[in-house]
Write a protein that binds this ligand. Structure first.
Ligand code: PXP
Length: 242
């Protein structure tokens, strides 16, 4: 059965807008777990634009499911991840100027670098995943690099402008999943998945995890709006300011 793993980066994005201490992604992670998330994902970016080192430490010591650590393949992140000991790491490309992770990791021609980079994680029994496009060459290269999992980038499918284009992207992802499974890789999916486009994968075999953040946080903000405004209105209506 596939499982949902929730990315709480954008709770931290809201917190960092004021550089304060709310909302706390650690609290959001606990609520996500209580609601059925089977794991929590954070991406500690080099520029620390949302998740902070403190969040990673607290999540590691307080969540009851599995911590997934998204990271760029840098020495700094390798040190932090090996100290944190998450359940799984997922290597992603990272550019300073991007709004979010734009494309998949380039694996072709970098198999031995990636293999060396992943080795200390495998020695410590930390699972590894590579975030890649549904491209057969990239999938072969990921397998050569020795990863157990890949996460197929679903962004192009999610951003497709019409049904035809979306179907084409879906078929490309399905072909990627089929190929990856044939060569022994386990497959996760993520990026841009929402309450509508997720249905495209309803009957696709061989998917371990769905990694979803933005659509869930967006919905949480709006579904919580009435309660939040109502509570503040109630407080103020009890005041005697005249
Ligand atoms: N998987 C990876 C590797 C990502 O970089 C992201 C975005 O941080 C996600 C999944 C989640 O994407 P979204 O926030 O669009 O659901």
């Amino acid at each position: 059965m596939p499982v949902l793993v929730v990315n709480v980066d954008h709770i931290a994005t809201i917190r960092q807008a004021r550089m304060g201490n709310e909302p706390d992604p650690v609290t959001a992670a606990h609520l996500a777990e209580m609601a059925g998330a089977r794991g929590i994902i954070v991406h500690l970016r080099e520029d620390r634009r949302h998740i902070q080192d403190r969040d990673v430490e607290l999540l590691r010591s307080t969540i009851k499911t599995n911590l997934h650590f998204e990271m760029a393949a840098t020495r700094e992140m390798q040190e932090i991840a090996l100290k944190t000991m998450p359940y799984m790491i997922c290597l992603v490309p990272e550019k300073r100027q991007e709004l979010t992770t734009e494309g998949g990791l380039e694996c072709t021609g970098r198999e031995s670098f990636l293999s060396d980079y992943l080795a200390p994680f495998h020695e410590k029994n930390i699972r590894s995943s590579l975030f890649i496009d549904a491209d057969l060459h990239q999938i072969d290269a990921a397998a050569k690099a020795g990863t157990e999992y890949i996460e197929i980038h679903t962004g192009r499918y999610c951003d497709a402008g019409n049904h035809l284009e979306q179907r084409k992207e879906l078929d490309r992802i399905i072909a990627g999943i089929t190929h990856a499974r044939k060569i022994g890789l386990k497959v996760n999916l993520g990026h841009g998945l929402n309450y509508q486009n997720i249905f495209g994968f309803q009957h696709v075999p061989g998917i371990h995890e769905y990694s979803i953040g933005h659509s869930i946080i967006s919905r949480a903000v709006l579904t919580g709006m009435s309660e939040a405004v109502g509570r503040m209105a109630d407080i103020i209506s009890g005041f005697n300011n005249t």
